[in-house]
Design a protein around this ligand. Structure first.
Ligand code: 3H9
Length: 707
């Protein structure tokens, strides 16, 4: 036996335990260990049945994802799991799979090759391979429809969402939910079925449905996937593989699955999504804030400001069960803020996201306030007032007086210096930026901004808190706009230049949507509120370099009160359902303003639109990296995927640039520098890495520069 798999034998029942922490991935050695154990059991007359269980916190989280990179780079050939799974299914002694934690991907495929499955009530099963740009590669697309039916198998293989034990039981994926000790329950189950005929999943057909029904379900799923998972290849491949299960023999179906799995594995989408999987875990690692850094418990919080951001932030905390004190300057503003919160919750109930009961409980956690009374009880305060330094400083002085020692004082500023804000308090070590993204209750990203004096405990607390809030926290340095908005500035600037040079507003947006962005840059401005950027530009006007081109139109739209969706007019007009409608008035205004500014008009290609917006993003990202305001290139990627609607299957802007090749990116940036002037000066890091044939992923700066 390998040391990753243990076999022990009791009276009649053998127990196979997989022991490959932390998640019992099927790394090299594990399949071999299981195969040996099964061989032993099969030939041992004293064994009547076997239980296979995971040691530690979970059953099996799937294939070892690290192995995929080795396979695609030619470092490993990888081994098929199919022979092992057939070996288990062919074993003459019944094998009971005992599931706790997760049976995901190859883990569920392993479980389905067993003759029976039992699970603890908190277990989950799933085929999340699509999230890695893959499809199940060890007969999951063939065995799952045989257990759960075609419709559910299609859903699980295309959306990748896990299914809880109770539902898995209802669907027929597992045979019994065990309350109490799983191993004891599984052994008891094994004693019950020992000696009975052995069911084999691959031989079952009763849930495969009729050709007609299957064809209809498959067609409907294809259509819905094309809409909902726009641009993604793996879900469509998963449908093809499940379709094969409905039309071909098990063996032929496995052959189709193998071909599709290999195509997906070698695709750019899968490489990007695997980068994202590890990236999401990497960002939690902060070199000088080790895992064991003490954290402060956050049992109650206060939010200053109940506008769009403040209200959304209050909901985020309430949703996590943390009581919130929500302060506004006057009653009308407070009433308006609370009404917006209620409206948002009501629409979540309407859309089936929350139950009314859940919402009532959350609303009861939010206590409105017009003063700083009771702020002394809060473990943390998040300030979300208008973006202006003078106002922020005033609020932080008030907070310094009102809050207890040790309370975290966080600002939701999206651009202003945390150090300047902290300087007006007597406790800069407790001051940090927590930059939520709009809509705060929906967007997953939380930029945690490290000031010069922010303590490690405060950082560790905020990183941990982000998980509790269902967010992904990324630590960034304190530069203007931090990471996300600092890069978004040049990105949106180019979008504006493009329309000012003659491109249609909708054409620019749809070019970027076609690339995969969730929304176009101009529509995103309308959603966030054009006035936000306008306010910031006014704050920083003194820093603008004379003679350097600035966009002209957006400020003028704001001067007309066109702030975007909230005023039902911005770059687009909005109907009462907030649907964007192209606005001929904007086109006419653009013509007028650009003529006044003497900007020549021309036809602009879609590829120029994409290059200018994306390379502006990448060039600024390279500066941020070199200046040390992000820890790694992947931190920038994770920010863009979770806060800015960058398509995950492209891995994030820095990964995308690496994929295009930094030499190609650099050459194009140089071209744009010639055409459009100094705003396109290539970042020194981009130039250096392009010349050295390196990738951003290889960038490794001595930590501790600015973040
Ligand atoms: C597959 O199975 C293909 C098949 O069809 C067969 C093909 C032939 N491999 O998430 P956590 C690491 S594709 C390698 O923080 P949690 C993870 O990086 C696979 N490593 O824990 C982290 O490392 P570190 C389909 C893995 O408790 C550590 O384990 N399966 C794997 O919050 C802890 O992870 C999936 O996609 C892996 N499979 O969540 C499931 N999984 O500490 C992926 C985790 O160095 N995994 N690691 O940062 C998960 O969803 C979660 O890990 C799980 C636990 C829910 C299981």
């Amino acid at each position: 036996m390998s040391n990753l798999v243990r076999l022990s034998k009791g009276k009649d029942i053998a127990i196979i335990t997989i022991d490959n922490p932390p998640v019992n991935a099927l790394s090299p050695g594990v399949p071999e260990g299981i195969a040996n154990a099964i061989g032993d059991i099969d030939s041992d007359p004293s064994v009547k049945a076997a239980v296979l269980i995971g040691g530690g916190r979970t059953f099996v989280a799937g294939a070892d994802i690290k192995e995929f990179g080795k396979m695609t780079s030619g470092k490993s050939r990888g081994a098929s799991l199919l022979p092992l799974l057939l070996g288990i299914e062919n074993c003459r002694k019944p094998v009971v799979m005992a599931i706790h934690g997760a049976a995901f991907g190859g883990g569920l495929e392993l479980a389905m090759a067993g003759h029976y499955r039992v699970a603890s009530s908190d277990a989950q099963v799933g085929q999340p391979e699509v999230k890695l740009g893959l499809i199940p590669g060890a007969a999951g697309t063939q065995r799952l429809p045989r257990l759960a039916g075609v419709a559910k198998a299609l859903a699980m293989c295309t959306d990748g969402k896990p299914v809880a034990a109770a539902e898995a039981f209802r669907l027929g994926i597992i045979d019994r939910v065990i309350e109490g000790d799983l191993l004891a329950g599984a052994v008891a189950f094994a004693c019950e079925i020992a000696g009975k005929p052995i069911p084999r999943t691959r031989e079952r057909v009763e849930k495969l449905g009729t050709a007609e029904d299957d064809a209809a379900i498959i067609a409907a799923t294809r259509e819905s996937v094309r809409k909902k998972q726009r641009g993604l290849k793996a879900p469509l491949a998963a449908i093809d593989a499940v379709e094969a299960a409905t039309k071909l023999s098990f063996e032929e179906g496995c052959e189709v699955e193998r071909r599709l799995f290999t195509e997906c594995l070698f695709s750019d989408q899968s490489k990007a999504l695997i980068h994202v999987f590890f990236g999401e875990r990497e960002v939690a690692k902060i070199p000088d804030v080790p895992k064991d850094t003490p954290v402060n418990p956050i049992r109650s919080i206060a939010v200053v400001g109940s506008g769009t951001m403040g209200g959304g932030i209050a909901m985020v905390f309430a949703n996590a069960g943390i009581p919130v004190l929500l302060k506004e300057v006057d009653q009308p503003a407070l009433d308006q803020g609370l009404a917006k919160i209620r409206k948002n919750y009501a629409s979540s109930v309407q859309r089936g996201r929350f139950t009314q009961e859940f919402v009532d409980q959350r609303l009861a956690l939010i206590t409105p306030s017009l003063s700083y009374d009771n702020f002394g009880n809060a473990d943390m305060v998040v300030e979300a007032v208008f973006e202006g330094m003078a106002l922020k400083k005033q609020v932080f002085q008030d907070l310094d007086r009102a809050c207890k020692p040790g309370a975290i004082l966080a600002s939701n500023t999206s651009t202003l210096s945390i150090d300047h804000i902290a300087s007006v308090t007597s406790r800069p070590e407790s001051v940090v930026g927590t930059h939520f993204f709009s809509p705060a209750n929906i967007m997953r990203l939380l930029e945690i901004v490290r000031g010069k004096k922010t303590s490690k405990e405060v950082i560790a607390t905020c990183m941990q808190l982000s998980k509790k809030l269902g967010k992904i926290g990324v630590l960034v340095g304190n530069c203007r706009g931090f990471v996300g908005n600092r890069m978004f500035g040049p990105y949106r600037r180019e979008a504006q230049f493009l329309v000012e040079e003659g491109a249609e507003v909708e054409a620019v947006d749809s070019a970027l949507v076609e690339f995969g962005m969730a929304m176009g840059p101009l529509a995103t401005g309308d959603l966030a509120g054009l006035d936000v950027g306008w306010r910031i530009r006014k704050e920083y006007r003194h820093l603008e370099k004379p003679g350097v081109r600035q966009p002209v139109a957006e400020d003028r739209l704001c001067e007309m009160g066109r702030f975007g969706q909230k005023t039902l007019a911005g770059w687009y007009r909005y109907d009462d359902q907030r649907r964007a409608v192209p606005d001929p008035e904007v086109t006419a205004l653009l013509r007028k303003w650009t003529a006044e500014a003497g900007i020549p008009q021309r036809r602009i290609s879609t590829s120029e639109m994409v290059d200018r917006c994306l390379y502006a993003l990448v060039n600024e990202g390279a500066r941020i990296l070199e200046e040390g305001y992000a820890l790694r290139a992947v931190d920038i990627d994770i920010i863009y995927l979770n806060g800015y609607g960058f398509p995950a299957y492209r891995g994030g802007p820095m990964w995308y640039a690496d994929a295009v090749g930094l030499k190609n990116v650099y050459d194009r940036v140089c071209e744009l520098r010639q055409q459009h002037g100094e705003l396109w000066e290539p970042a020194p890091l981009l130039k250096r890495f392009a010349e050295a044939n390196q990738t951003f992923a290889e960038f490794n700066k001595e930590q501790g520069v600015n973040v």
